[in-house]
Structure formats: C-alpha cells, structure tokens
Design a protein around this ligand. Sequence first.
Ligand code: SF4
Length: 443
Amino acid sequence: MAGPIQYLPCLRPGLRLVPAAQAGEHSVVRADGKAVRMPNRFVALLLLCDGTRAAREIAERASVGGGEVAAELVVKLAEQMAAHEVVDLVPRVREVETWGEPRHACQTCGASCEHHLIGPLPAERVAQITRDHARLAEHVPRLRHQPPLMPMPDGEGEALAVIDGRCVFLGDDRLCLLHGHFGAQAKPLTCQTFPIASVEAEGEIRVGVQPSCYTLHRTFREGPRVTAEALSEGDLGYRTPASSVALPALGRSIAATPMEEEATLLGWLAEPDLTLAELFARVAGAPPARPPRVALPLDKAEALHRLLVGVARGRVAEMAAHRAPTVHHGHTWAMFSALAALEAVAPDLTLPPPHRAFVMFAIGQGVFVRETGRLPAPRLGALVLALGALVAVQVAPPGQEEEISDGFAQAMIAWNRRFVVGVAFAELFAGPEAIEALLGGWR
Ligand code: SF4
C-alpha cells in the first residue's frame, strides 16, 4: 500500500560553514558563493540533516544529552533553509501497516468533544485558536464570555477549554464551530484525525482506529478502508506510545516480552472463532482450548463479579458527582449501576457474530495502535478492553439481531475511555496481587 510522504532534510553538497568570529551568527556559504546567516544553535541541527532522518528523528537525536529540541523547530529550520537553497527536502514514501482491515466513517455525533481534554497544544495552534475564537465571538455570543483555552491539569501547556463537560467549540448542532467556519485544518491535529491513529512502533508505521469512538460500531464493517491517505498528507505527526502509568512489577503471568506478547495477542484476535471467554482464559495464561471456551466457570465468574462489584461500589459515588446528561457519563453511570446490581451469576459470553466481530476488532485495534500503551503490558491492555466487553454484555445484553446496539457498543467504548485511555485502571488495580487475583480466576 502506498504510504504517507515524509520529507527528509538533506544538506546540499558544496556548502562551507564560516563560524562567527565572536558570539553571533554563523554563516553557511553556498557553492555559488552566497552566504546565509543562521543562529548558532541551528548549526548542530543542520549537521544532522543528511537525508536519512525526518524532523522528528533529528530532534530526538539533538535532544540526547539534554536540552530538548522540538520537532517543529527542525521543520521550521528545514523549510527556511530549503527556501535559501541550503537544504533539499527529499521525499520518502513510507509503507504503512494495518491490522484487521480497519474501516471507519465519522458519524459527526460530537460525543468525543465532551469530557475529553485536547492538549497540550503547540504554541502556533494556541495562537491560531485564540485568533479564531475572537473572530467566532462576533457570530456566537456565548463565546464572548467563554475563553478558548484552559491550563492543562499539570500546568504544562494549554488545552481547549471544557465548559460544562463540552469543548468550548462544540456547537449546539453538535458540530465543531472551528471546522464549520474555518475548515478542518483549523482544529487541533487530534480532532482532525480522530479516531484514526498513526503510531511509530519499533520503526514500523501503523495506522488503525482507536476504540474510543462512540459510533465505531456503525461503520467498522462497511465503512471506507482506513488508509494512510485518510490522514493528512506529509508528516502525520506520529504519536509515540503513551508512557506507562506507574504500576508495581507484575507477577509471573506477564512473562513474555511486550513485542512477542503483542504479536501473540494480535494473532489470537484474528482467529475467526475466538470467543470472549477463550480470550479471557488465554490472556490469563491458560493454553488455547479447542473448541474455544464459551463461558466462564461459575466459581471463576464469581471471583470476577466480586471484583467488579467492588469496583462499581467504590466508584459509584464518584461517578454520581460528575454525572452529566451526556453519552459518556450517561453510559458510565449505567455501567456502574448495572455492575452494582450484579449477583454471582455466570455471564453468558456467547456473543452473536456481529458483536463478537466488533469486540475483537476494537480490542485488536486498541492493541495495534497502542492505545493500551499506558498499561505496562499488552496483555493487560487486552484484558481491560475485554472487561469492557463483559461490562457491555451486562449493560446492554446483545440480542440476536444483526445490528450492534448503540448501548452495547457505547458501554464498551465508555469503559475503554475511562480505564484504558484514562488512568483509572491503575487506581483500581494498584498492585500485582489485584491483577493476579483477576487473571488467576481464568487459568
Ligand atoms: S475543537 Fe472541534 S472537533 Fe475538537 S473537541 Fe472541540 S468541538 Fe470537537
């Protein structure tokens, strides 16, 4: 498959560097004798422009040994030097890997613009959004009293303002005001591409769909194929996997290396007859069963229920405090209410084929694009996503219809947003004993 084009800065041959006599600007003298001046701090960056590295790689290399260098700075330098004919921008087509034929079409539901922090934003985006907000306020009176930005919770940078749980730019028609007035590129990059994700994983470019979209289930089978071209052209702004949240060292069940574990998981998830019960057992370390398991043993299910009910009871009060009439919180509330009411009854985990396919697709995409990267092992990420499917069975039991109900899918996605994308899992399962208790039930 043709991939995105990246531009690799490469110094032109025949250049000569003339150092500044004293503190000041160096000059690069071109083969035609013309001198181009540049600040001293750019020289080291320029020397890394050899046509083999993209801006991000140059920035990473230059940051080794202290003094963080932003990739955006390298991009700006490369563009300026290209304009002065000091640097060539060599196009490189990168191959893109996908898993499980990802498909998606945005339903413009606006649900992801609620209860979600978009930030920290780059400085140029902050300036552009501030300007656009002022222009929008001439047409949208409420914006005159609502600031466009707010500080990140850790004080590091700024995010889009969230007011009453909604992004300040989410219109009454649930469409984005920035997009509507100024075009898609006026939105932060996250908003432009969500839920399509591109990640760089051990040198491989992966493109897939994040299982954080509340309407993913509507188009995952027949929607347009997700390709690199579906993202913006040029540098895709690859995300590096989120850093792990602090969890103590895991027990013996998490033994394989992350890469092996990830490959094994993705292989299982591609099996056409993998059941949810079978996935739980294998994630817990049990050998594959043929035919695949279709239900959890009752005593094991009881252990799970006790755990989930404990989770639910511990969180209901907190969730109630944040309850809002939105898809996200409405469903999260429903999830916890349903769990709190659970008795020790083994859940029926035989999902109808469309639901099974959706669950495995969502888990596989989450593992593939490393949405589970906050958790310290891929297997744990798959486990937490699978628990979301179990919760969805409780909240909105799937019927035998072909259609996947919004209630089922959104419960699973709401769980994912809270426990995988958020850090709540680390709070709930704060040590290896809790995780082992959960996994041990299925071995
Ligand atoms: S900027 Fe637009 S797309 Fe992004 S969260 Fe706000 S309303 Fe949604």
